[in-house]
Design a protein around this ligand. Structure first.
Ligand code: CA
Length: 259
């Protein structure tokens, strides 16, 4: 009872941020550009928005995954319980059985890594998902680069392999433990600061726009006109070094490059 979504054009779900490169890009120097998907990893996508299911299916297939799609919770739960997937990408709001219930029932029998797709206006979902046994989450609207990176890290972790570590200069980001160290010393960041650093590190060498950062890291009621982002950036610079995050005026921020 596998539902396979027909391939279709990727419907504008790719990265929304400008691919402006940082000056003197150092991405990859001692760092981890999480590599391509291991061959024929099988992933189940449970998502009821047809366009998103189609575009995700095609995008993951292009990354080398074997993909099954389920357009409602009942089918998704059945597939997740009855087939062995390397990972499940699970939407929260689903017809018939919602994502929480699927996760709860799946965890009774299986440890399949689950990446939740949570809504931006439901911040509590993020915590709830991790409490319920989700392995990670991305917040809609997400960009594909982030989803791929998280999915690869999650599959690697579950397979007992390295490496969920991103390195930017002397800053090491453990995306599994969500901890950061600089020069070997642990650095305490708030959850929001951590999320900002991780997001920039996942896109290291690229300039990420303020709009993209707000979309991915802040709740809808947190105005993009506020100086919240500046405050976080300033605090991060105090903790990780003034040159850790580069400001590209009129464009955004980046790490892993320098100027
Ligand atoms: Ca949905």
């Amino acid at each position: 009872m596998r539902v396979r979504a027909a391939p279709a054009a990727v419907a504008g779900k790719s990265s929304s941020h400008l691919k402006v490169r940082c000056a003197r890009v150092t991405a990859g120097r001692g760092g981890v550009r999480l590599s391509a998907a291991p061959s024929r990893m099988r992933v189940l996508i449970v998502e009821d928005e047809p366009d998103l299911l189609r575009s995700l299916t095609q995008a993951l297939q292009e990354e080398g995954y074997a993909v099954d799609g389920a357009a409602d919770g009942e089918t998704g739960l059945f597939n997740a319980q009855n087939y062995d997937y390397d990972a499940v990408v699970l939407d929260v709001m689903l017809p018939k059985v919602d994502g929480w219930e699927i996760l709860r029932r799946l965890r009774k029998t299986k440890k399949t890594p689950v990446l939740m797709l949570t809504a931006r206006d439901q911040p509590k979902d993020r915590v709830r998902g991790l409490d319920t046994g989700a392995d990670d989450y991305v917040v809609k609207p997400f960009d594909l680069a982030e989803l791929f990176a998280r999915l690869r890290a999650l599959i690697r972790r579950s397979a007992g392999r390295t490496s969920n570590v991103l390195t930017v200069g002397d800053v090491v980001i453990d995306t599994g433990a969500r901890q950061i160290s600089r020069g070997g010393q642990a650095v305490a960041l708030t959850a929001r600061e951590y999320a900002l650093v991780e997001f920039l590190a996942l896109h290291q060498g690229e300039v990420v726009t303020r709009t993209t950062l707000y979309e991915h890291l802040f709740d809808e009621n947190e105005s993009t006109l506020s100086n919240l982002l500046d405050v976080h950036v300033s605090n991060i610079r105090k903790k990780l070094g003034a040159d850790f995050i580069t400001t590209r005026r009129g464009h955004g921020y980046c790490v892993g490059g320098g100027e």
